[in-house]
Ligand binder design. Structure first.
Ligand SMILES: Cc1cc2nc3c(=O)[nH]c(=O)nc-3n(C[C@H](O)[C@H](O)[C@H](O)COP(=O)(O)OP(=O)(O)OC[C@H]3O[C@@H](n4cnc5c(N)ncnc54)[C@H](O)[C@@H]3O)c2cc1C
Length: 420
């Protein structure tokens, strides 16, 4: 055999592994509801959850591993996502569904159980950009933007992070300078999800007249708005994260968010999205557990299914215990949010602790699948890689811990006060 034959892409061996079901052929049954926690949900919340589960298992699970490998977004699914009736989540009016926090959380649990990139896409649309417009925008802005965004006729970006300001987001370098009739934006943004195909950009920048962070709505295609996709990601590969360059981008007065006058205004809008990121982690962990339970029943070693080995059983039970505890804390956070009592620290502690438990849970799952734990075919490898981003975005584990610690102790330790 010549070397050219060895390199031929057509040469694909068919190795017989008949009893292992790939996630793209049938997504595993949801088995992680061990303590029947769904009894804490209303009938409407359960119905919505089942509806989203069906959509994800039927439309997304069969195709998403290939899109993940190619690092592409399944744009053809956007109209179907829009017709689910969940975009805009807790926002009332303007074509949005006005869901309870718990109902919206159940949607994210089901989306992330199948794919964390699609969950992140929904997060940016529903809980970051749209919620910022709903909470900080004028009546006219809400009418103009929220209706089309809630149907996904338009897709949005939330551009806070910059190349030199990630955790230190309150010190943004991007500037907004007042000119007659509007504002001129200059600066750079990093990681902005959906940037390569979005229509509406919520951009945060520092007002040069008072050094406060302000919010602006920038329309896609505006002169001076330059976008390039971040390549070579090892996590959330379906999400189109982008670098954005703002070069003298003009934003009319009508598109400045009147309620976004300081970093604190923005943080308020971010508290609920932190709860939802926690729920994305719960969904990821649940999907991994479900996949592991099936896989361990199907694969045999030493003449017995992997599920028969005590060490594997301990890992499975630890994963399930984590998921039940994460679910209960996530549910409580939603209840506190819905009754207007959730504090910033509670949201941050929830995000930090739940993502930490989820990270442990998916790592155990990856171990349980052995070599197959690092391929996308059985779901776990993809979820394991994706979990890393969730641990870091919406404030890293450390930053959220420090936000909670500041609330508990009254002492802020996030910014060093002196050099050694
Ligand atoms: C996949 C993905 C999608 C994203 N999508 C968006 C988006 O759509 N829009 C957007 O605006 N941003 C987005 N982000 C950015 C994200 O919010 C930031 O990555 C995150 O806030 C962390 O910032 P950083 O990456 O610059 O890390 P850094 O701030 O450089 O932190 C590096 C490490 O230092 C630690 N650290 C930093 N400061 C402290 C401190 N004071 N005390 C203790 N430890 C500290 C951090 O916890 C972390 O472990 C996304 C990021 C990722 C990875």
């Amino acid at each position: 055999m010549g070397s050219s034959e060895l390199r031929s892409p057509a040469l694909k061996l068919s190795i017989d592994c008949p009893k292992l079901t790939p996630a793209a052929s049938t997504f595993p049954v949801a088995a992680s509801n061990y303590y029947q926690l769904d009894e804490l949900l209303t009938e409407e919340e359960k119905d919505l959850q089942m509806n989203v589960r069906q959509f994800m298992e039927k439309e997304v699970a069969p195709i998403i591993p290939k899109f993940w490998e190619k690092a592409e977004f399944p744009l053809h699914l956007i109209p179907k996502m829009g017709s689910l009736g969940i975009i805009g989540g807790i926002i009332k009016g303007y074509g949005c569904p006005g869901l309870s926090g718990t109902a919206h959380a159940m949607c994210f649990l089901e989306i992330a159980r199948v794919d964390a990139s699609i969950a992140s896409f929904f997060l940016v649309q529903s809980c970051l950009a749209m919620l910022s417009i709903a909470q900080l925008g004028s009546e006219a802005q809400k009418e103009k933007y929220l209706r089309s965004l809630s149907k996904m006729h338009k897709v949005c970006v939330y551009a806070l992070t910059e190349p030199n300001h990630g955790s230190d987001a309150s010190s943004l370098s991007s500037t907004a300078r007042k000119v007659p009739g509007g504002w001129i934006l200059n600066g750079q943004k990093r990681w902005s999800a959906n940037g390569s195909f979005a229509d509406v950009f919520v951009v945060l920048a520092c007002n040069t007249s008072n050094n406060q962070i302000n919010g602006f709505i920038v329309n896609g295609g505006s002169p001076g708005l330059k976008i390039s996709k971040i390549e070579n990601k090892t996590s959330l590969r379906v999400v189109q994260n982008c670098d954005i360059l703002l070069e003298d981008v003009f934003v009319p007065d009508d598109d400045r968010l009147p309620g976004a006058n300081s970093f604190q205004d923005l943080v308020k809008a971010l508290s609920f999205s932190r709860v939802i990121v926690a729920w994305i982690s719960i969904g990821i962990a649940a999907g991994v557990y479900d996949a592991c339970l099936r896989y361990l029943g199907e694969r045999k070693q030493f003449g017995a299914p992997l599920a028969a080995f005590q060490l594997n059983q301990e890992k499975l039970v630890r994963m399930l215990g984590n998921i039940q505890a994460m679910w209960l804390l996530g549910w409580r956070l939603c209840k506190l949010h819905d009754s207007g009592r959730m504090t910033t620290g509670q949201a941050s502690l929830g995000k930090a602790w739940i993502t930490k438990q989820a990270r442990e849970t998916v790592a155990l799952g990856r171990e349980l699948l052995g070599g197959n734990g690092i391929v996308t075919d059985f779901h776990v490898g993809k979820a394991f890689c994706d979990m890393e981003s969730i641990y870091t975005y919406e404030g890293s584990y450390e930053v959220n811990v420090l936000v909670a610690a500041r609330e508990i102790t009254g002492i802020a330790s996030i910014r060093p006060t002196s050099r050694l």
